[in-house]
Every structure is written in C-alpha cells, then in structure tokens.
Write a protein that binds this ligand. Structure first.
Ligand SMILES: Cc1cc2nc3c(=O)[nH]c(=O)nc-3n(C[C@H](O)[C@H](O)[C@H](O)COP(=O)(O)OP(=O)(O)OC[C@H]3O[C@@H](n4cnc5c(N)ncnc54)[C@H](O)[C@@H]3O)c2cc1C
Length: 297
C-alpha cells in the first residue's frame, strides 16, 4: 500500500511529492506532462527561477525528486478513483490499479481556446493571462485587454502600473455605462465588435481584427478564456466545487482537504484568483505536509 497517490505531477504535485519524500512516505506521482504554462517560453515570478523555461524548472524538480527512494514518478493518466480514507484505489490508462491511504489532486486546469484563428497560435507568446507573469517585459508598450466581464474593470486599474497605452476590446460584451465613463475618464479607448481573427507572425501579434471591420495593432493582448479542470475525477467523486469568473475550482479546507476525507487538492485546480507557479508550489507543499500529518500514528 502506498501512503499517497498524487494525480498531476507539475508545480503543485511535485512540491507535494518533495515534502512527502523528505518525510520518507511512499508516494506515486501520476502525470501526463501537460502543464498549463507549457505554451510560454519563460516563467516569471518564482523566486530563484525567474525567467527560466517552465519545462526546465519542472525537469530540474523531477531530477531532484529522483534522489528520494520512496517517490515514484509515473508517466500515466489517472482515469478512475474509488475507495475511502486509508484505502483509495486509482486506475491508470495503463490499466494499473494502485492503492494508497491518501490522494492529492493536482491535475490543474485547461484553458479553452476561443474559435478565433490565430488566438491559440499566439497563446503564451503574445496573448497571455496575467500581468505579473508577462507584464514587466512588455512595460510601456501598447496593451490590449479582451473584456470578459465586470472583473475586467479591475484589470484596467491594475495594468496602469505597467503601461498607459491600453485598448479595451469589448468582444461582444455590454460594458456598463458607469464603467464606460470611468474608461473614458482614463482616456482608455474601447473598441466595439467581436474579435474574429488575430493576425500574427509566429505567435507575435500584428493586429486584432474585428467583425465590424477595423483592425487594431497592439503589442500584447491580455485575455482570460474559460477554463475547465484537466480531468473529471472530482466529479465522479462528488467533490464540492465553487464557480469563478472563468470556470470552477475545488473547495478545500485550511488543511487543503477536499469535501471527501483523505482527498487533498492543490494548485490551479483550487485557485480562484491569480493562479501562479508560486501559489501552486506552496499549496502543493502544504497538501503534502497535511496529508502526511493526517497519517501519524
Ligand atoms: C500562457 C501562460 C503563462 C503563464 N506564465 C506564468 C508565469 O510566468 N509565472 C507563473 O507563476 N505562472 C504562470 N502561469 C500560470 C501557471 O502555468 C500555473 O499557475 C501552474 O502551471 C499551475 O500548476 P499546477 O501544478 O496546479 O497545474 P499544471 O501546471 O497545469 O499541471 C497539471 C499537471 O497534471 C497533469 N494531469 C492532468 N490530468 C491528469 C490525469 N488525469 N492524470 C495524471 N496527470 C494529469 C497535466 O498533464 C499536468 O502536467 C501561466 C499560465 C499560462 C496559461
């Protein structure tokens, strides 16, 4: 019997494995190698690893974990979970059936690309979600923001710390009159119409093209497409979730336990705002520690 099966071996899952391995617990990490930021050339904001390629950070973490004899990293997809605390069973796409006393869910979320030519091709290069991740490198340039709802108003105020050249793309949203007035007061142009194409050169945006005719040149576009959990294991387990402006996340308590005893969760799968590598790593480490402490004799 394993102590813990971790489902998703990226920033959150590997951080959990590190704590558990150091506590000499027997751990299996299942992973399908599709971290959310794999489209980005560089990862920013993680102390000690700023501006490194995300896949290089993960490769270094896996190399370090190889020194811990009780940690096993397995390249497989978890397809089914059953059981109760102290005796969970996880079936993989290799038809392996693994058992463990605890489970940590860290399988992240998938961003759903809109059906706009050029959008997916530019995602991670010049269309990005977060100014803390990519704002510094584009400071002072012409930014675009794709409106996704009232929460976008806060983004406008936030972005002004990086640039005063901002254009809002309404993209079919009705922006409330008081918000329109505030944008006008700040001299921020709002472009109506739906985005129908991103014209780009190898992911670097040239123009944002609208169904109303105009094309608008920007240097970088911030967008928040809807996302969904990368697997539906939490649904089959009936775990409690909560809605966010762009999707759903799992509910966890202060010890990172989900609504089912013995199942813990960490990373983007549980993070309603400002998901990041730092948050995922920190939450993963805590999930590992709390899972370990829940098994003390
Ligand atoms: C374009 C872009 C750029 C970003 N840039 C930055 C940045 O510069 N700095 C920053 O801090 N954050 C950045 N982020 C956010 C960052 O990517 C996430 O916060 C981080 O990856 C979350 O880590 P995680 O471990 O929760 O999930 P993920 O990194 O998404 O990893 C989930 C893992 O689970 C695996 N998996 C999924 N389903 C299963 C299954 N059924 N069985 C087994 N394995 C499974 C996946 O293959 C994947 O390896 C960026 C995000 C995007 C989209």
């Amino acid at each position: 019997m394993n102590d813990v099966i971790i489902i998703g071996g990226s920033f959150a899952g590997l951080a959990a494995a590190l704590q558990l391995g150091r506590a000499r617990r027997k751990v299996i990490v299942l992973d399908t190698s599709q971290p959310r930021n794999r489209f980005a050339g560089h990862s920013h904001g993680l102390l000690g690893h700023d501006h490194k390629p995300p896949l290089a950070i993960l490769a270094a973490a896996r190399q370090q974990l190889a020194h811990y004899p009780t940690v096993r990293l397995v390249n497989a997809r978890a397809e089914k979970i059953s059981g109760v605390i102290d005796d969970f069973s996880v079936v993989t796409d290799d038809h392996d059936s693994l058992r463990a006393r605890r489970v940590i869910l860290s399988y992240g979320v998938v961003d759903q690309m809109p059906d706009v030519p050029g959008f997916a091709e530019s995602w991670g290069t010049s269309i990005v979600p977060c100014p803390y991740c990519d704002g510094f490198e584009a400071a002072g340039q012409h930014w675009g923001l794709v409106w996704s709802g009232p929460q976008s108003h806060n983004q406008v105020r936030l972005f002004l710390d990086w640039t005063d050249r901002l254009t809002v793309f309404a993209d079919g949203h009705d922006i409330a009159p008081d918000i329109q007035a505030d944008l006008a007061h700040r001299n921020i142009p709002v472009v109506d119409g739906r985005i129908v194409e991103i014209a780009h050169h190898q992911g670097h945006i040239a123009t944002v093209n609208l169904d109303t005719g105009p094309t608008v040149a920007v240097d970088i576009l911030f967008a928040h497409p809807r996302n969904k959990p990368s697997a539906n294991l939490h649904e089959s387990l009936g775990l409690a979730t909560m809605g966010t402006p762009t999707g759903v996340v799992l509910k966890v308590d202060e010890r990172r336990q989900t609504s089912t005893p013995g199942i813990y969760a960490a990373g983007d799968l549980t993070t309603p705002i400002l998901p990041s590598v730092t948050q995922a790593s920190s939450q993963g480490a805590m999930a590992g520690i709390f899972a370990q402490q829940s098994m003390l004799a």
